[in-house]
Design a protein around this ligand. Sequence first.
Ligand SMILES: [Ca+2]
Ligand SMILES: [Ca+2]
Ligand SMILES: [Ca+2]
Ligand SMILES: [Zn+2]
Length: 428
Amino acid sequence: MDIERLLIGFLGLGCAFSSLLYSSSAVAEQAQERQSVRFNARVTQYDNFPLNTSPGPGNGVYDTWYYYSYDNKPLREEYDFNEDGNIDKTTEWVNIKNVVIDTENKNSDQKIDRVVFDYTPFQEQNTSGHKYEFRDIDLDGIFDEFVAFTPAEFLPRQVHEPVASSVEFLVTMLEKLNLQDEKYFVLERTYTKYAELQRLRSKEEWQVLFQKTREYLDLPSDQVLPVELKFIPEEQIQDNIETVAKAKNLKYLIINPRATRNIDDWLLAIDHEMLHLLQGQRRFNELKGKEKITWDDLVQYHLDLINSVNRGMMYNLFKCPVSSSFYNTYITFARAQYLFDELEAHLYSYQRRAFYNPIYTRDNFTYSNKVFIRAFHELIQEQGLTIPEKYIPMISEVKKALPILSRLPQEQVNAVKTMLRKTLLQKP
Ligand SMILES: [Ca+2]
Ligand SMILES: [Ca+2]
Ligand SMILES: [Ca+2]
Ligand SMILES: [Zn+2]
């Protein structure tokens, strides 16, 4: 074990502790929550470096970022030790593939020179586990050394491969190095949760499938964001053959049991629609301020309106926790930000495909999704909408993808735009 890892282990403890104390003013300067570019995560940034400063580590520049799911499970750590803006070390929990992937860049050239695939944290009984490490010793962008750590032995090999960090790369390398048992181990770990979801899907065990899907995609559980699963009414199925799922009224996820049997499409649809529900809750938290209301209060108020439930004048005057002005502000914001919400959902649900697909897809975007992203982006520009602050990171990611998106045929983009304009006009 090298010193650096040990050090990071210590820092990790320190960070977890200070994140508990985050709201107290003593550590507020060192840790700060900021908007995450990962929609399913919260991120807290820390000032941990340089180490030997007084009164305590840090120089006022953030250098460490911890991402947590809304259920407080760790998702990712990023470190910029020398504060040059390039991340020097990352740790990512890829829950659906049962692996933690560490990357390290020792010379700040934006190229990874050490990758570790660690299966230990996900092994149920066994404490001694499987780990695979690639090293680029001379930092030329080519891996030179490989070591497989297995419960029984330690298998060092010389390699000569361009740097990569995907599970697909690991599988290819184990095959090339003729480490068949290790390859099967990795494949088994990669596919096991995916296969479980596939099995639940074919058995039509929708509730369990949905719960497991949320868990494996690191989406919030019912404790954080209550979601009720409903089936699309039989008479509407014909008009919605392609629809897998649809978020509705801040609380429901309507699913179409006749839609695809492909678990990939299921994951994509759930990820996308859950993001819409998360956007609703995120908006509530932004607008809430000092109001003493909860997310459940707002959802109830909304559902009462939709279902014309009247709880009586006394309730409305004295007991209803939600004021109509708060509700109206909420709805106004939701409508005004509709295009941004949709663009964000398309961008992130597709960007995440590489994360949950068992085999890494080089081109994360599907064709129709590229068309949608460009159509939404063009509509936002044509309408001259001011970009709300929280969407700025998302828009800049869309801009990065524009070279790929610009190759699409304009007629198709225009067709989608025409359709979207109609939808927008329909909104009351
Ligand atoms: Ca610092
Ligand atoms: Ca750096
Ligand atoms: Ca090398
Ligand atoms: Zn959507």
